[in-house]
Design a binder for this molecule. Structure first.
Ligand SMILES: NC(=O)c1ccc[n+]([C@@H]2O[C@H](COP(=O)([O-])OP(=O)(O)OC[C@H]3O[C@@H](n4cnc5c(N)ncnc54)[C@H](O)[C@@H]3O)[C@@H](O)[C@H]2O)c1
Length: 271
């Protein structure tokens, strides 16, 4: 159901890989709410070609950009402003990748080249994106920038591996850059800490099936879906949340404040 919350707003959406991607579902919702945008992903992800279906559905253009390349980001931002006809109102950073996770290296046996790459892609890229937007004065006043995080930034989830550190870095960058963006440009910056969600990145984490069931049983409202995340993001892009900034906002059915739930106790007691 559309409320026209993003009518006339323009932006960039990073990270729509396939129809399960949180960014894909968010792009569909932004379109429904009247927003226009450029879609972007790493050139290697484009080869799978699915993003073009989304572009067609949402009347948007696709510009490839590796989020670790300043050159790609410069081009993305200037081309997007040209295509969309002016400065931007919203940006979604929905990017995450750990080679240690992908290759099954445990946290106590890191390949540091991979750790470095994962940090660059998953966290430093958020600084790069914001620095590019800031230096090019690419955001309209009262614009909104959102990145997606996970609560392993605060609490221990052993199999989330080096992604936990990447998310802690990401959330810190949101606060630090958010200060300058707020003071100098009246732009807000937040992260959404999302429940485990069955996407390509999510399912790559070892033991994901147990992980997602556990979170669901622990949360009084159950896990937040990708659609829930998309809807929350819409509110943060809208004018209804103009002074929400520097926050890490939990979209997790209540999981982050739980100790134990009846559902989990039943399983433990009956085991
Ligand atoms: N799925 C979950 O359980 C979950 C939970 C909390 C937070 N998140 C976060 O949500 C975000 C989106 O992930 P998702 O779950 O939708 O999975 P996804 O696999 O659909 O999306 C990850 C995206 O990152 C992109 N990417 C990887 N390297 C890149 C690079 N160098 N340049 C540009 N883009 C690059 C991929 O192409 C992909 O589109 C990530 O930040 C992820 O950590 C996911």
């Amino acid at each position: 159901m559309s409320h026209g919350l993003l009518k006339g707003k323009k932006g960039i959406i990073f990270g729509a890989l396939d129809p399960n991607s949180i960014a894909w579902i968010t792009a569909e919702r932004v379109f429904e709410e009247g927003g226009t945008f450029v879609l972007t992903n790493a050139p290697v992800a484009m080869r799978m070609g699915q993003i073009n279906e989304l572009a067609e559905k949402t009347n948007s253009k696709v510009i490839p950009a590796d989020a670790t390349s300043l050159e790609d980001l410069e081009k993305l931002v200037s081309d997007s402003m040209e295509i969309l006809g002016g400065k931007l109102d919203f940006v979604l950073h929905s990017i995450g990748m750990s080679i240690n996770v992908r290759k099954g290296k445990s946290y106590t046996d890191q390949n540091y080249d991979w750790t470095h790459k994962g940090l660059d892609v998953s966290a430093m890229s958020f600084h790069r994106v914001m620095q590019t937007l800031y230096k090019n004065d690419a955001m309209n006043e009262w614009g909104s920038i959102v990145a997606l995080s996970y609560m392993a930034a605060q609490r221990v989830f052993p199999d989330y591996n080096d992604m936990a550190d990447n998310k802690a870095f990401l959330e810190s960058v949101a606060r630090s850059f958010g200060y300058f963006f707020g003071k100098d440009k009246k732009v807000r910056v937040n992260t959404i800490s999302q429940s485990p969600t069955p996407t390509t990145a999510g399912k790559g984490v070892k033991g994901f099936d147990g992980f997602i069931k556990y979170a669901d049983k622990m949360s009084p409202l159950g896990n937040a879906t990708a659609m829930d995340c998309a809807n929350y993001t819409i509110t943060l892009f809208s004018d209804l949340t103009r002074r929400v900034t520097l926050q890490n906002l939990y979209n997790d059915g209540g999981f982050s404040n739980m100790g134990v739930s009846d559902g989990i106790m039943d399983i433990i007691e009956n085991s």
